[in-house]
Ligand binder design. Sequence first.
Ligand code: FAD
Length: 390
Amino acid sequence: MSTVLETEEHQALRTAVASLGKRYGRDYLTTVIREGSHAHELWAEAAGLGYLGVNLPEEYGGGGGGIAELSIVLEELGAAGSPLLMMIVSPAICGTVIARFGTEAQKRQWLPGLADGSLTMAFGITEPDAGSNSHRITTTARRDGTGEDAGWLLTGRKVFVSGVDIADATLIVGRTEDARSGRLKPCLFIVPRDAPGFGRSAIDMELHTPEKQFELVLDDVRLPADALVGDEDAGLLQLFAGLNPERIMTAAFGIGMGRYALGRAVEYARTRQVWKAPIGSHQAIAHPLATAHIELELARLMTQKAARLYDDGDDAGAGEAANMAKYAAGEACVKAVDQAVHTLGGNGLTREYGLASLVTASRVARIAPVSREMILNYVSHQSLGLPKSY
Ligand SMILES: Cc1cc2nc3c(=O)[nH]c(=O)nc-3n(C[C@H](O)[C@H](O)[C@H](O)COP(=O)(O)OP(=O)(O)OC[C@H]3O[C@@H](n4cnc5c(N)ncnc54)[C@H](O)[C@@H]3O)c2cc1C
């Protein structure tokens, strides 16, 4: 793929991550999944090479780069067949929010560990009765005691939260009691994995990934005052500081997976021969693969734009671009995987070739963290000024 929008450093980072990816790759991830384990070795090695914390500030052990660099890391690991889903939440959302809005103590406690891989953080916003409508979330924080040192009691439910079992803590989006009515005024709380009252149960997903999704019950979880990240009255600004990187990273996740599937299909189409020439010479096979390549390239262009805007501090501009990048990448990923499976004929459905399991995995890029339809709603209302039906 061409990389005209990237610096030489970015291209060198791509090459370096790709070679790490090659040493792990799909076989590694498939073994990890079969054993019911986690990609700990890859996570640790990526962290040791400075890739996981590449976006975090240097003074806290990070690489001093931005989401542009972190998204390159995730895309290249994905293109090698071993994406690390937790990169979307741990360094990208949680690391960014703490680096931008955390206290000095919170930065010292979390950022060096998130960067060197010794600490991982999950992120929980989705609720069973709110779903795409995050204004409806009801997880509520009440003051526990009085005065400046008063802590918090957190109550509510979350669903589909990834990696809670391996994360040291989860950054939970709630709202304060006096903000329960009206528009969402989110507050962010760090909840340690073993906090009393913080229950989790794994959801039985048809997903071939090492990271599991959890339903969470927060039953009066008692937290210290400093569990709150940022200002309780800051509103949506702090949350979006984390959600835009999440969208950009999910786009990178989709592009990486799409590239991996396309690569496998092209390799197969070049050599598989059932008539006079390889199947890749039939335009019915070649053109959809060419289309997939074009759409992945276009999605990457928008992802680079979104990352550039975000890293330049243009939160508002990055919002539209991050949504468009996530949309484009989600669609390109789903189509590339579908065409790759089809290109392999019966082999597309065998465990040996390992592409069929990507069919459900690719749908994650269309659904999460914000669905295709919600992005189309955003563009209809925010970009085009059309009226809202809901
Ligand atoms: C693998 C995976 C990992 C995830 N990890 C996390 C995580 O770590 N943390 C976390 O907080 N969440 C996580 N999620 C949750 C994810 O963000 C949600 O699934 C997503 O936001 C959609 O919410 P929902 O599933 O409740 O769907 P719903 O909101 O119920 O939507 C269902 C369907 O209705 C459509 N729809 C809804 N409203 C409208 C509307 N106004 N107009 C048009 N169509 C509409 C949607 O597009 C969708 O197709 C994860 C999900 C998956 C699948």
